[in-house]
Design a protein around this ligand. Structure first.
Ligand code: ATP
Length: 451
């Protein structure tokens, strides 16, 4: 594979420089591993979520949407097994006072000697591993007494399971059908890191797909194919994406098969999305703990069964990071280095930038008119400040696929130049044809020009 210019440091610097993502609470020195999304970051992550909704709900007949509350009845977490078992093994170092995930020591740095892993330095003194529950607790209501403890959900999935009956009744669906949800989840991760890859507050995009038990294996296969295609259709290079099947030692006790979609991040192959065959574990547990029947009776055969569940579970922030990493490129153009985000046009925060060549002769006024017309059709930027080269560099760095320049000739014949971010090709066309041409390009299939 040819060398890629991207590093995590370059992505972090670009995100700060162009206002995609900032350290949270920066003016107070920052809160570790929490991040705030600025204008272009919000637009990029919204596109990730919108493309997910489009693929899993809008373009299918068998999946409906849900938006459940973050706070749930505490019994939920007893039934799901999170209260007893959602733990990671934690070790402390008595010397440097840092905490590490015992099963990730090989990926982590010693607190005193960063070239070594924890436990390998001469002064390391690690405790035995103990289980640490990752759920954040809080108190419901003004009195902090017994029974008032609630949890910030560590996954959106449980909101779907507890609504299974509601949705089945009101959406008039029967298995095979699914429920999709996007929302915040919280995990008190022991070792967050790699920018927005692992944080304590993050957004998930999850589907629980309910199927007749005999069809579970087949639906698992179909979802793996569908989800891999989603990433590559949106421009992720296929040689940077892989499906990795969990070994028997990695599988949760209830899962008969799980595969991770992995992306080749700068720190190596890492999970983007898990696709699990969860059997009937979740509905059976909630039926037992709630005392409600959560099974399905097939009206044509009279057969009663608890549906099995296929769960494609993705992270919106991780996916956003993967799209940025995959798009990041550097090249030399006419003796000048340029940084460019070669995002799929549908992912790009801004689709078109309208730039007057000169800040006079009526060019800014006409450019603004063109911009106001285009922004009704797609996200657009107007930029009249600074040299044209500098303005293009700014747009390249935020991944804007097309630039429109209003120049001297525009004033005479109402034509503009349309510049392509990747090929740098410039074409001249009439202002009146611009909107339709951009919409045509936006709908066309796209492949990354990166090797
Ligand atoms: P990991 O092994 O990386 O901790 P996981 O297997 O616990 O992940 P799941 O419970 O399967 O993760 O969650 C589904 C998806 O949610 C992950 O594939 C990832 O995209 C996202 N996700 C999970 N934890 C985090 C986190 N701490 N920060 C950002 N995204 C996360």
């Amino acid at each position: 594979m040819p060398a890629d210019a991207v590093t995590m440091e370059k992505i972090v610097a670009l995100c700060k420089r162009r206002g995609f993502i900032f350290q949270s609470s920066e003016i107070y020195g920052g809160l570790a591993s929490t991040y705030d999304y600025g204008h272009y970051g919000v637009m990029l992550k919204s596109n990730v979520k919108a493309e997910w909704w489009r693929a899993v709900v809008q373009e299918r007949d068998d999946v409906v949407a849900l938006d459940a509350a973050i706070l749930m009845h505490p019994r939920t977490w007893e039934a799901s097994g999170h209260l007893a078992g959602f733990t990671d093994p934690l070790v402390d170092c008595r010397t440097c006072k840092q905490r590490f995930r015992a099963d990730h020591l090989g990926d982590l740095q010693c607190g005193q000697k960063p070239s070594k892993h924890p436990g390998e330095g001469p002064d390391c003194d690690l405790t035995d591993a103990r289980d640490f529950n990752l759920m954040f607790q809080t108190t419901m209501g003004p009195v902090k007494d017994e029974g008032a403890t609630v949890y910030l959900r560590p996954e959106t999935a449980q909101g779907i399971f507890v609504n299974f009956k509601n949705v089945m009744q009101f959406a008039r669906k029967r298995p095979p059908f699914g429920i999709a949800q996007v929302g915040k989840s919280f995990r008190n991760e022991i070792t967050p890191g790699n920018f927005i890859f692992r944080t304590r507050e993050f957004e998930q995009m999850e589907i629980e797909f309910f199927v007749p038990p005999a069809e579970a294996a087949e639906w698992h296969e179909r979802w793996m194919e569908d989800r891999m295609r989603w990433y590559t259709d949106l421009g992720i290079r296929s040689d940077h994406l892989q499906l990795r099947e969990h070994g028997p030692d990695e599988l949760s006790h209830y899962s008969s098969a799980t595969s991770d979609v992995e992306y080749l991040f700068p720190m190596g192959w890492s999970e983007l999305e898990g696709i699990a065959n969860r059997g009937d574990f979740d509905l059976t547990q909630h039926a037992e703990y709630s005392g409600q029947k959560l099974d399905y009776v097939d009206p044509s055969t009279g057969e009663r069964y608890v549906p099995h569940v296929i769960e494609p579970s993705a992270g919106a922030d991780r996916a956003t990071l993967a799209f940025m990493v995959d798009a990041y490129d550097e090249e030399e153009v006419e003796g000048r280095e340029r940084v460019v985000l070669r995002l799929h046009p549908r992912m790009a925060p801004v689709k078109v930038a309208v730039l007057p060549l000169l800040n006079k002769e009526g060019q800014p006024e006409l450019a603004r008119e063109v911009y106001e017309d285009l922004r009704k059709r797609m996200p657009a930027d107007f930029d009249a400040g600074g040299s044209i080269g500098k303005r293009y560099r700014r747009q390249d760095e935020i991944g804007t696929p097309w630039g429109v320049t209003v120049d001297h000739q525009t004033m005479a014949d109402r034509t503009v130049t349309l510049r392509d971010r990747d090929s740098l090709e410039q074409t001249r066309l009439a202002i009146d044809d611009l909107g339709a041409e951009l919409e045509r390009r936006l709908a066309a299939p796209w492949r990354s020009p990166k090797p």
